[in-house]
Write a protein that binds this ligand. Sequence first.
Ligand code: ADP
Ligand code: ZN
Length: 608
Amino acid sequence: MSDPLLSILEQYWGYTAFRPLQREAMDAVLARRDSLVVMPTGGGKSLCFQAPALVGDGLAIVVSPLIALMKDQVDTLVGNGVPAACLHSGLSDEARADVLAGIAGGRYRLLYAAPERLVGEGRHALFSRIGRQPVQFIAIDEAHCISQWGHDFRPEYRQLADLRQRWPGVSLHAFTATATARVRRDIVEQLALREPVELIGSFDRPNLVYRVLPRSNLRRQLQDVLARHAHEAGIVYCQSRREVDDLSAWLREQGVRALPYHAGMGDEERHRNQDAFLNEDVDVVVATVAFGMGIDRSDVRFVVHAGAPQSLEHYQQEAGRAGRDGLEAECVLIYSGGDFARWRTMFEQAGGEVEARRALLRDMERYASTVGCRHRFLVSYFGERWEKDGCGACDYCLGELEPVPDAVTVARKILSAVARVGQRFGAAHVINVLRGRPTEAVVQRGHADLSVFGLLGEHSVEQVRGYIDQLLAGGWLRQSEGDYPVLQLTQAGIALMKDPATAPDLALARQRRPQKGRGAGGAREAASWEGVDRDLFESLRVLRLHIARARAVPPYVVFHDTTLRELARVRPSTLEELRHVYGVGQRKADDYGEAILEVIREHCQPTG
Ligand code: ADP
Ligand code: ZN
């Protein structure tokens, strides 16, 4: 191979091709042209600066905001045989002295540093060690931290442009997964990038399977998801600390290795639980949204939202923690109409930009109630064109959602019931009336005698609840605020009751039945397991855990699941064959090759 980048990719990472835009991004780095690269989580941003750092001479500096991210990346690099180190406040004095000496001695090709190490008073220690050594370029990871419009504003990022005073000729390369134009502009301005190459990747994540379920029985719905992912990693996001505690306790009773995570816990316990997740001591974290920054576990196979987040930006960010290794994973939103009412109340109480936040929430609500492809919806929302027909990776395209026949008639039955009970009852009561359930409350109020009683007798509670949520999201119904929200008609709802022609496009959907079987269930799932010996895969996971323990790093730093699956498919019997497996670079073949071959040999030997 004559292409230096490709041979580096192959030698150190065991990869044989570039992901979309990686090549262009690396070329910009090698050409020392300032650049801004926007790629979705898992798109492969880090390689864009790591591989070029190995082409030229000198040190590449990487600015990164989080110790956990830095550590993972440096551990991975070192495991691949790349001389790299990091400088941050978490180091012991001894470790710091060692790193600084290494810098002075020109030992590293990549140096990760927290922004405080590069700006303000903190910079002198570092600058003096670098001295006159050539600096190849400066990469700024998570560059959206520079913008107040992003989600993790870090004031020190604002001063990074000053690095040009120290190294005038050095190029700056900004990387982020935050796509909004405002943040992008901010990054270019604040870093004073000079005619930057701008590379904006596609934000579709084809390996994620999206599903949306109207909340009926949360625990049962969770069980359905978990049943598809026994012993796999997942995150369950809840809206309240109490729900976090309840659900994680309940999951443990069910035999799931789960731990809670929320801001109400002490720092120490929170860290302990986070580490347990990263080190594969537990499979599931039940968390409030406080959990996430710095979660780099790449084999998260499912993310469940028990309750709708406040915007699609939030949803994308949180759900996006699934499947970073590129393998199939699923993102399930379990929502109810009440979630949105609660957010609105919170916005009112918080004041400020209420209208903007309401608008974002409405889009979230539209996503939840849409009867169409979820990938298309998300991609269009984030400003991209969607060219494909079916995605093969959402509940709609997988045929799990069934359009309700004659939706307008069903909708009008529901609206009539709301009107007939005087717009003074909540969803549960209206559902009982529509399904013809003569509960005490229904009989007492005389609602069993209404003409709407039993009109939807053949639909399940979940289904009718789902329709009501969809009518709420579509603006036909609304829910009053307060502790006992009641259903009311909107103007549009009243118009529809009078005249069915006012809603020609109204569609309602219901779940066919919970998806059974193993795995996320998309079209790619089967392909990714094709020919994989599952038992061998599990044995290799055990080996990986041993290696990780011995090296005191998280298992995903040793090998990704992708590589383990490939090993369990190819079943190499020599080091040479092993070297050609995806994700096995020279260093890893040297370090772990024999151990891997041993496991494969043992496994493939006929017993008896
Ligand atoms: P990001 O920082 O954009 O979220 P990463 O850089 O962590 O993404 O990359 C995600 C995963 O994809 C990592 O496991 C990485 O090793 C892998 N990866 C990156 N580039 C390639 C490639 N060209 N071929 C195969 N795997 C890749
Ligand atoms: Zn789809």
